[in-house]
Design a protein around this ligand. Sequence first.
Ligand code: NDP
Length: 243
Amino acid sequence: MNKPLVVITGASSGFGAEIAKLFNAAGNPLLLLGRRVEKIKALPLDFTNIMVEKADVTNHDEFQIAINKAVEKFGPVDLLVNNAGVMLLGNVRYQDPKEWQTMLDTNVMGVLNGTQIVLNSMVERHSGTIINMSSLAGKKTFVNHAAYVASKFGVHGLSETIREEVSDQNVRISLVAPGAAETELLTHVTDQSALTDYQSWKESMGGITLDPKHVAETVKFIYDMPQEVNIREIDIAATRQDS
Ligand code: NDP
């Protein structure tokens, strides 16, 4: 039997790329989204059943057009992984408000956009799963993370709200809340002092943070449960992470 369509946002690096590898190996048709499509196309994947589309998750129309295209080819979306996100560390006293806007737009509006685009069809079909990539910063605070924390608390809040709204339609809303991991996330930070503090914190854990492949395995584990079982949230961090 043909496997159903899985959509992954932010597939060009980090967690998204690892999630793509696992679902590709499992034989699901994939729609892989990101702005840097050349990076997605360079991933070690079997592209036979993969559609790669350039889409900014903050742009509802672009996001919708990409999903419509994949649905036409592969059928309805069975899993959406709202993974795309940005973390621009900084102290609110000095940080450029544009960076707050970027985080709120990407991390919150992006997740809402993706959710709205796929949710009605899932409700009509009484089946489907959305897994949102939040963070431990979605449930506790971290210095120099104010706007990021605000965005990820938002992801926790909207996920649980929507879960309550659609649970009686047999649709699953779940989230993964990872701790610090080695991805491209820090490469966009402009505040050098916040970045240095973060790196020293990571070194205080022996420099060992989470391997992104374990976050991907977590997403797969949540999805592979039967549709009537919803793992609502998994927190995952390096054992040595103290906070
Ligand atoms: P990366 O920077 O490696 O990946 C982020 C991905 O998001 C990229 O593929 C990027 O693609 C995509 N992205 C960013 N902005 C947009 C946008 N506007 N439209 C579409 N895609 C976008 O970081 P991670 O893999 O670490 O991040 C993935 C998620 O995990 C994020 O939500 C992050 O907050 C969360 N997270 C990360 C942790 C960590 O320590 N790494 C810990 C906890 C949570 P492109 O630039 O090509 O568009």
